[in-house]
Design a protein around this ligand. Structure first.
Ligand SMILES: Nc1nc2c(ncn2[C@@H]2O[C@H](COP(=O)(O)OP(=O)(O)O)[C@@H](O)[C@H]2O)c(=O)[nH]1
Ligand SMILES: [Mg+2]
Ligand SMILES: [Zn+2]
Length: 292
């Protein structure tokens, strides 16, 4: 039977088979020998061992569309980064790190600014402008009111989306809101998975509907992918790529070099100061990072 790994804990993989339900599976020793580790998000072939107990074996892992490094999940179509206009206050440095990581892994990202009902200073529009001009889709919403439910659902529909963002911004509210629009039978699956939740947080995939999945992954945190070199960083700020080919020096870091088009774009207001400042911070961080 064909299914998808929605969760993995301590050597067990929970495989969702449409129509048939959720199976607790072990992976064949052959995978271990080949150095392949099944991932949350994998599409697999599964053999039933005990239908009553819903126990099976993962026989084959289908070719992956992609594989994220951290968190280790596969077959992700897009990322959604949620933050709130206030309560908690936005941390754009965290957001820019996240965007950089997703650029590095070629995962398109949609930005959601939540709690616009609490905005009294036009902060939402200021933030939206920064990221739209950087080339990102930005959705502003108040999850509490459920107003933009349709818009959000249309972004998710037919895709696997990994959701990230600081604590308290409304990620769980979002997940619940999206669950509300789903077909009944997937509800039971996600409940079963939720019940298995323990203190260590694991990545898990939530089936919202046919071909529509949310990935709830811990550990995006504030890290940068270790392989990123300072020379790579500029390309991870997508709007910089519009200007960097015209810099006088190849490999321009856009910091002290003369005739730098990125800095010119900054002066002209085409690149936002906040994005540029975070680039500088990350550049220093990567430069000074200890090599192991
Ligand atoms: N004012 C307001 N509060 C919200 C909104 N969305 C979520 N919240 C509240 O923010 C708090 C944190 O939400 P939660 O979904 O648990 O955030 P998470 O930590 O990212 O999962 C809860 O008390 C929610 O009710 C919103 O659009 N406006
Ligand atoms: Mg939550
Ligand atoms: Zn430059």
């Amino acid at each position: 039977m064909k299914g998808r790994i929605l969760k993995g804990i301590a050597g067990f993989y929970y495989v969702d088979v449409p129509e048939a339900g959720l199976y607790e599976c072990k992976a064949k020793g052959a995978f271990r020998k080949a150095g392949v580790k099944p991932l949350v998000g994998d599409f697999v072939d599964m053999a039933v061992i005990d239908e009553e107990k819903k126990v099976g074996n993962v026989e084959k892992i289908m070719e992956r569309k992609n594989e994220l490094i951290r968190p280790a999940v596969s077959n992700v179509d897009q990322a959604m980064y949620i933050f709130s206009v206030t309560k908690p206050k936005p941390n754009l440095n965290l957001l820019d790190r996240f965007l950089g990581m997703m650029e590095y892994q070629d995962v398109p990202t949609v930005i959601v600014i939540n709690k616009v009902d609490l905005d009294t200073e036009g902060e939402t529009n200021r933030l939206k402008a920064i990221y739209e001009s950087a080339g990102y889709q930005v959705i502003t919403t108040s999850m509490k009111s459920g107003k933009e439910k349709e818009i959000l659902w249309n972004v998710l529909k037919g895709k696997t989306t990994t959701v990230a963002g600081p604590s308290g911004v409304g990620k769980s509210t979002f997940t619940n809101l999206m669950h509300g629009t789903t077909v009944m039978e997937t509800g039971a699956i996600s409940e079963k998975i939720q019940r298995g939740k323990n203190t260590t947080r694991h990545s898990q995939c939530l089936a919202l509907g046919e071909d529509t999945y949310l990935m709830d992954t811990p550990g995006f945190g504030s890290m940068l992918i270790p392989e990123i070199e300072k020379e790579d960083l500029s390309d991870l700020f997508r709007e910089f790529r519009d200007y960097s080919p015209q810099c006088r020096f190849q490999g321009c870091a856009h910091i002290h070099e003369p005739d730098c088009e990125v800095k010119r774009a900054l002066e002209d207001g085409k690149i936002s100061q906040s994005r540029y400042d975070n680039y500088l911070l990350l550049y220093e961080e990567v430069k000074n990072r200890k090599k192991y």
